[in-house]
Design a protein around this ligand. Structure first.
Ligand code: PLP
Length: 422
């Protein structure tokens, strides 16, 4: 039997069997069509089965399926590296390949720790993090995340971090003074700050102002900390700019990317490394080598898919289409807020991410919010794939979703809210 992710092993419904997909739609084995309003866990940024990505994978498969990535390289990996260096304006110098968002984050954390080790300051291994953060499910990524039902059972395994309140949009930024005070007192142990820039995604689609990133960057520079950005979700156009860091005009030392990298077609992730960090590893000394890798690191098929996906990101219409989507989604949410002021609040939209919160009455609002499963079921019955995060309903569709599919999605959300009783 298959054990599905994030799925209770008793009492749930059988998973829906899907047989094909096209653009913003997936089709079940009965031929029923569903709008993929969450882009299959935020990956399918160009729509499902994009012909350019499918073609690139097929061409690659005809030539080279896989090759060990230590001591060997290949054209597609080199093209991914070049494309990413170009897209990031040459702010980084190196691309480290892995397979998913969690491992891309894990690589950031390990590189940061070994950086301080190589620099002769091994005690600098404590990361500053935020309480709404989610960075993935491996032990390092869980350690860098906020406390939640996801990592509670593993608490004894998690390494030490220093957690601060995540300042949400319009909230006061006094937390920055708290961070600065802590850093001043813990200069010898602080390694860096890890953040999901602009949007704490799985933590509840919390938005923040770019000024927060500017201020965090200032603290890092003043106290010589490394700045780690997890752009697994926000990278590649999601926020209306190619990378979230562009909104604040700051450059991190390390950046994790996954999800949209292959347009959702194959598992591939990267960690981009700035010159400052790489320089510390530029040595023939075995003690300074980064001993990390995965069997499928730099897989040619994933890389070919990424080259095609990144070429689509470079097209002129790519970012304008995301910005137009932001406005369209905001209009829909504002309309729903107007219709259901007692049930819905905090409508927000940035790039291809939009969300609003349900008033929960006396019920707990977290990930285990009791109406979540029922709302997912209701959406499926209406032909839409939604996956609320607790009481937060969000829409993160493929960037090229059609107007008709978007309308269907929000009509479905309207039905759900109409039937919802706090
Ligand atoms: C910001 C962020 N980082 C890391 C991850 C983990 O990525 P993966 O599920 O590919 O391991 C996620 C997944 O949702 C994410 O949103």
């Amino acid at each position: 039997m298959i054990w599905h992710p994030f799925t209770a092993q008793l009492g749930g419904e059988a998973p829906l069997k899907i047989s094909r997909a096209e653009r913003e739609y997936v089709f079940d084995v009965e031929g029923r069509r569903y709008v993929d309003a969450i882009a299959s866990w935020w990956t399918v940024i160009h729509g499902h089965n994009h012909p350019q990505i499918v073609g690139a994978i097929n061409r690659q498969l005809a030539e080279l399926d896989h090759v060990i990535f230590a001591g060997f390289t290949h054209e597609s990996a080199e093209l991914v590296d070049r494309a990413l260096m170009h897209l990031t304006g040459e702010r980084f110098t190196h691309t480290f390949f892995s397979d998913n968002g969690s491992t891309a984050v894990e690589v950031m954390l390990k590189l940061a720790v070994q950086y301080w080790h190589n620099e002769g300051q091994p005690a600098r291994n404590v990361f500053i993090k935020f309480d709404s953060a989610y960075h993935g499910d491996t032990v390092g990524a869980m350690s860098a995340g906020g406390e939640s039902v996801f990592n509670r059972a593993f608490e004894p395994l998690l390494f030490k971090t220093k957690s601060f309140r995540y300042p949400q949009q319009d909230a006061d930024l006094t937390v920055l003074d708290e961070i600065e005070t802590w850093v001043r007192q813990n200069r010898d142990s602080a390694a860096g700050i890890i953040v999901e820039p602009l949007i704490a995604a799985a933590g509840g689609m919390h938005f923040q102002e770019p000024q927060l990133l500017t201020a965090i960057d200032r603290i890092c520079k003043s106290y010589d900390l490394l700045l780690l950005f997890d752009e697994v979700f926000t990278g590649l156009g999601r926020t209306g700019k190619m990378f979230a860091y562009e909104h604040a005009g700051v450059t991190p030392d390390l950046l994790a990317l996954a999800k949209g990298l292959t347009g959702g077609s194959l598992p591939l992730a990267v960690t981009l490394v700035a010159e400052r960090v790489h320089r510390s590893f530029a040595s023939a000394d075995a003690q300074k080598t980064f001993y990390h890798g995965h069997t499928m690191s730099g897989n040619p098929l994933g890389c070919a898919a990424a080259v095609a996906s990144l070429a689509l990101c470079n097209e002129e219409k790519f970012l304008p289409q995301v910005r137009a989507l932001q406005q369209k989604m905001l209009r829909y949410w504002r309309n729903l807020e107007g219709l259901f002021p007692e049930r819905l609040h905090s409508a927000r939209s940035l790039g291809a991410v939009s969300a609003a919160n349900l008033h929960t009455g006396s019920a707990a609002a977290g990930y285990t919010f009791r109406h979540g499963a029922e709302m997912r079921r209701q959406a499926l019955a209406e032909g839409v794939i939604l996956r609320p995060l607790g009481n937060v309903i969000y829409v993160t569709p493929p960037y090229n979703i059609s107007d008709s599919a978007l309308e269907k999605t929000f009509a479905c959300i309207g039905e759900i809210i109409n039937d919802y009783e706090p």
